[in-house]
Design a protein around this ligand. Structure first.
Ligand code: MG
Length: 255
């Protein structure tokens, strides 16, 4: 018994040392014992997935990228052999979207050197504001609210369904725009994310538009629709087969 007690006492400072906070001054998340980008937050458990689940665009979808052109987008990204490659600044859709279903496939090149948030970072930004993180998270550890499938800076994925670097991966995402009344957010933005066929966010509310090292909160003014954008974080990450369905027109409650 004495040995066990001593071991526990010794283990505590060692564990604290191992899990040093990357951003010690980041704000605490209300209702949670963690701060924004908290490296002491538990890492989501790993789930082996089969990699990308490739789904063809349904007949009522708007095809955003099928390998042939960038007609649906504004931004300086490139097409290389039918693959969309992140390049200098964000890429945004010409059309604006609110509630929607998105399918997107992404890949971080196998030869890329990746470390934490560097080398394998991008993101899908609904309404240009609400990020679902894209990152190499199969063999690369970072703060849990910054890994693949995370609502960046807010909620880690329910589990880590990442495929190995170099493999294609897929997101199927259902996004609901926030609702406003009289200059107040009365219903937060919400997202469900399926990563490689595995649910990693289930009808999760955003605390507000995505932010780095800050507590997210809803602004006073908010558009009903805005362009979808893809993040360029300095790394030429690849995308293919992107399509979107406008769910607003099926929402009986929306005016
Ligand atoms: Mg990102």
């Amino acid at each position: 018994m004495k040995f066990i007690a001593c071991s526990l006492l010794l283990a505590t400072p060692l564990m604290a040392q191992e899990k040093k906070k990357l951003y010690p001054d980041a704000p605490q998340i209300p209702g949670w014992p963690y701060s924004v980008h908290d490296t002491t937050r538990p890492q989501p458990r790993k789930v082996e997935s089969g990699g990308a689940v490739s789904v063809s665009a349904p007949s009522d979808a708007k095809v955003l990228f099928d390998g042939s052109n960038l007609d649906a987008w504004k931004g300086p990204w490139l097409i290389k052999e039918g693959i969309l490659v992140a390049h200098k600044g964000k890429l945004s859709t010409k059309e604006e979207f609110g509630d929607c279903q998105l399918h997107i496939e992404w890949r971080i090149p196998a030869e890329r050197e990746v470390s934490g948030q560097k080398g394998g970072n991008s993101g899908v930004f609904f309404m240009g504001r609400y990020e679902v993180q894209v990152l190499e998270s199969h063999s690369n550890e970072t703060y849990p609210d910054g890994q693949a499938g995370a609502i960046y800076g807010q909620y880690p994925p329910l589990c880590n369904a990442s495929a190995p670097q170099g493999d294609w991966q897929s997101y199927d995402i259902i996004f609901k725009a926030p609702r406003y009344k009289d200059g107040k957010c009365i219903q937060p933005a919400q997202v469900t994310v399926i990563h490689n066929g595995v649910v990693v966010q289930a009808a999760q509310n955003y605390m507000g538009p995505s932010a780095h090292q800050k507590l997210a909160s809803y602004p006073k003014e908010h558009p009903e629709k805005a362009p979808l954008s893809l993040q360029f974080h300095g790394d030429p990450i690849e995308f293919r087969n992107i399509w979107i369905r406008d769910l607003g027109k099926y929402d009986q409650q929306s005016s």
